[in-house]
Design a protein around this ligand. Structure first.
Ligand code: ADP
Ligand code: ADP
Length: 224
């Protein structure tokens, strides 16, 4: 479903984020991208969403070479992706329900349908009782679960999460990861970037997780 063929990314001559990365992720897999800060995890996720283009090599999503995709086609690619990135803040001036409805309204759903589906998505992340709260009334972990609800409300095939547990305490981090794993368990392909070894330890203990390790832009480990 996702394939990297000898992908390198050079932001500049001395900022090399990825070095000849080869990997394959099958439909329905749960993959943790591990490695220290600066290893290239964010860059790798951004390439799948065509937020960055490869300097060399190709990135295929559903057999489409997204490095060669026209800008006009990118919205169709992204409709298949649920993105949970630090940069995508919640809108603080409206309720979490309104935040979760937004992706549906943008793609032309009626208000009534958007509300129904947004409430269902909030229920999946355990926040149905807080639908009318504003983001800043919630804890960091709850806000991150809203971001997950907003990312999945369009029923994407693939979820990309960049450091979803950053700045969270253990209990909140576990709830965020549980929410992501719940979507994996219904067939959604999930890639989760993290430098948090406790997250990886937990994943290994629960079994069946694949961990791809990056270091200085190169894949240095890939194990289930
Ligand atoms: P990680 O997510 O593992 O922390 P990143 O993909 O963010 O790693 O960064 C990999 C490398 O690329 C780092 O050395 C970083 O400084 C560099 N980098 C990332 N984004 C940019 C950018 N927009 N411009 C220049 N260098 C960048
Ligand atoms: P509905 O069919 O009314 O949307 P569901 O309970 O079937 O209600 O789904 C609830 C929400 O779960 C969906 O609105 C959607 O936000 C989210 N979801 C996203 N991807 C999937 C998926 N692959 N399978 C199930 N639910 C998903």
């Amino acid at each position: 479903m996702i394939e990297f063929r000898c992908v390198s990314k050079h932001y500049s001559a001395d900022a090399i984020a990825l070095r000849e990365v080869n990997l394959n992720v099958a439909r329905g897999e749960l993959v943790y991208l591990a490695g220290p800060s600066g290893a290239g995890k964010s860059t790798l996720l951004k390439m799948i969403a065509a937020m960055e283009r490869p300097t060399s090599g190709s990135v295929l999503v559903n057999d489409q070479d997204i490095g060669r995709m026209k800008n006009a086609s990118l919205p169709y690619l992204r409709r298949n992706l649920g993105l949970i990135f630090q940069q995508q803040r919640l809108l603080t001036d409206r309720s979490i329900l309104a935040n979760t409805m937004l992706p549906l309204l943008v793609t032309g759903a009626s208000k009534a349908e958007a509300e129904l589906r947004a409430r269902a998505a909030l229920e999946k992340v355990g926040l149905e009782g807080r639908a009318l709260a504003r983001p800043l009334e919630l804890s960091g972990g709850e806000q991150q679960r809203v971001a997950i609800a907003r990312a999945i409300v369009n029923r994407p095939q693939i979820i990309l999460a960049d450091e979803p547990t950053a700045n969270l305490d253990r209990a909140s981090a576990d709830k965020v990861l549980d929410a992501l794993r719940a979507f994996h368990s219904v067939g959604v392909t999930c890639l989760i970037a993290t430098h948090d070894e406790l997250v990886l330890y937990d994943a290994a203990r629960q079994g069946s997780a694949r961990v791809i390790r990056l270091d200085h832009g190169a894949v240095v480990g890939d194990a289930a």
